[in-house]
Design a protein. Structure first.
Length: 86
């Protein structure tokens, strides 16, 4: 669980680190102005979207059913049989 939390925090902080690196490489002299509320807002939005995307990817590739085939919901003899892995 700690690994997953640490990964998500890393994904959230990634846009901030990239922006700070870009400011450092561009030799910006107005660093306080570069970290205005508008920039922080969009960096936060980008970090949140990265976290959401990483959760979706992690859920999609979770390997809990390796080697099994998913059988979708079906009607058999008038009875609804739920989806399952076989």
């Amino acid at each position: 669980m700690f690994r997953i939390t640490l990964t998500q925090v890393g994904f959230f902080l990634l846009p901030f680190a990239v922006y700070a690196l870009w400011l450092w490489l561009s030799k910006s002299t107005e660093t306080a102005k570069a970290w205005s509320r508008g920039h922080i807002f969009w960096l936060t939005v980008a970090g949140g979207l990265l976290v959401i995307a990483s959760f979706v990817v992690m859920a999609s590739f979770k390997d809990g059913h390796q080697g099994q085939t998913y059988r979708p919901v079906e009607f058999r003899d008038g009875v609804l049989v739920p989806g399952r892995y076989e």
